[in-house]
Design a protein around this ligand. Structure first.
Ligand code: ATP
Ligand code: MG
Length: 435
């Protein structure tokens, strides 16, 4: 992409109403714009990142055997009256009435809809287990939408729902999601920490929140420092095997948020205890037959008896992650994107636009990087070098290459990792380093 063609409305001043770094940086770097309180439009740079995150989530879901579906954002109120949540859910639910006076709502979550699909389609234990996911918009009329996309009213979520014949098999489904979440967040350059959680309004008895470490997170985290070196990607996971040992290995390491931490009973000694801050990016629940009982979602088991299906639900805040990753990875100059989610891999800066030799080297690099499928943002504008460098640092691409007249004479270009040292090497060497 050529910078002159890219729609990236950056802002110089720090937006006054943005309280945390990710919100400020997302506005300044032109990733999003607020359309209404807690409701955002995604501009090209932000949307590229959102899609990268979505794709990692999708790949990891697919590798567990879960299948992607797409449910409507608008749901009929009757389904929620059946489950008993219509009155309980309160003001967070946006309720609307259609022209025939029928009650509708904008889905804050999809247990009811998916249970309805299930009860109309699956009758026998032979068709279980099933695990269905979607990556889609939710609406919750939060009392205090804040921190940009981190706590919006409309937000993008991956949610999925598992269906099993009995509690033992439901635990297997739960464990798959547990391990797949560890991998998903680690692929985004994050350190995920699963914490035993209350299952809240959704109800049930097995539940973990996944918190990632970030200095500006909403909650205080106390954990065994072994968490900081635990690398979920080093595990070679086969989702058809028993994952309980892996879940046990992770859950036996101590971790708690401030509301649960008690210095008296904390099993980790002071030197080993890490105290930091964290952001919730995912939440998994096993809630058994809560919805299947209420909504009559039964299947026949191998004895020919009708039993309610055992369910779990699992969420990842895909749009929250864009902010959370920035909270975990930025410096005074701007965003520092992990490679796996960066909007472009390389920022190519022409330091003397108009100079024939500089143009030639840049164009050559730009086209060979494109052919090699390295996403490159080429800043070919007639702007001061300082402006271009500052913008590249702000938008946080993993690599920068700068091409200027002095280097061109010497047969070199400057290459630099975001935040790292400049190095002068030949254009060919720069190309091979990036491919
Ligand atoms: P929170 O405690 O932050 O309100 P929650 O318990 O309501 O979260 P879930 O219903 O489990 O969240 O939703 C799954 C995931 O969706 C959360 O882990 C979070 O990452 C994301 N999420 C929830 N609410 C919002 C929101 N208002 N804006 C953006 N993301 C959200
Ligand atoms: Mg909430």
């Amino acid at each position: 992409m050529r910078r002159s063609k890219l729609f990236m409305p950056t802002i110089k001043e720090t937006p006054a109403d943005a309280q945390i770094p990710s919100h400020r940086l997302m506005l300044r770097a032109g990733l999003v714009r607020q359309t209404a309180a807690g409701i955002y439009s995604w501009l090209p740079m932000g949307y590229r990142v959102l899609r990268k995150i979505e794709q990692i989530v999708r790949e990891e879901m697919d590798s567990t055997g879960a299948q992607e579906i797409l449910m409507p954002t608008i749901q009929p109120s009757e389904l929620w009256q059946e489950s008993g949540r219509y009155d309980d859910y309160g003001k967070e639910m946006l309720r609307v009435t259609d022209r025939h006076d029928r009650g509708l709502l904008y889905g804050p979550t999809h247990e009811e809809v998916v249970t309805d699909i299930f009860r109309n389609s699956v009758k026998s234990y032979r068709d279980l287990p099933q695990n269905l996911y979607q990556i889609h918009w939710k609406f919750r009329d939060e009392v205090r939408p804040r921190f940009g996309v981190m706590r919006g009213r409309e937000f993008f979520m991956k949610d999925n729902y598992s269906f099993d014949i009995d509690a033992a098999s439901a635990r297997i489904s739960y464990n798959k999601m547990f391990v797949s979440y560890l991998r998903t967040f680690a692929r985004m350059g994050l350190t995920p920490i699963p914490m035993q959680a209350d299952s809240g309004a959704i109800g049930g008895d097995m539940s973990h929140e996944f918190i990632i470490l970030a200095d500006t997170g909403e909650s205080t985290v106390y954990c065994d420092s072994a968490w900081l070196d635990s690398d979920p990607l080093s595990l070679d996971i086969d989702f058809d095997t028993d994952l309980q040992p892996i879940v046990d290995r992770w859950t036996k390491l101590y971790a708690a948020t401030d509301d649960k931490y008690d210095p008296e009973s904390c099993p980790v000694n002071e030197e080993r205890l890490y105290t930091g801050r964290g952001i919730e990016v995912g939440h998994i629940f096993y809630f058994g037959t809560k919805y299947s009982n209420a909504m009559g979602a039964t299947v026949s088991n191998d004895q020919g008896q009708e039993v309610p299906v055992e369910m779990g639900s699992y969420g990842i805040g895909v749009s929250r992650l864009v902010g959370a990753i920035i909270e975990a990875s930025h410096d005074d100059d701007g965003i520092v994107w992990p490679e796996s989610v960066a909007p472009f891999q390389v920022g190519l800066i022409n330091l003397r636009a108009g100079d024939a030799a500089c143009n030639e080297i840049c164009e050559k690099l730009y086209s060979s990087l494109s052919v090699a499928n390295v996403d490159t943002l080429y800043d070919e504008r007639d702007e001061r070098a300082g402006v271009k460098f500052a913008e590249m640092d702000l938008i946080g691409l993993p690599w920068q290459i700068a091409v200027g007249p002095r280097g061109v004479k010497a047969g070199t270009v400057e290459i630099r990792r975001r935040g790292g040292k400049r190095e002068e090497i030949s254009a060919e060497a720069a190309f091979s380093r990036l491919t």
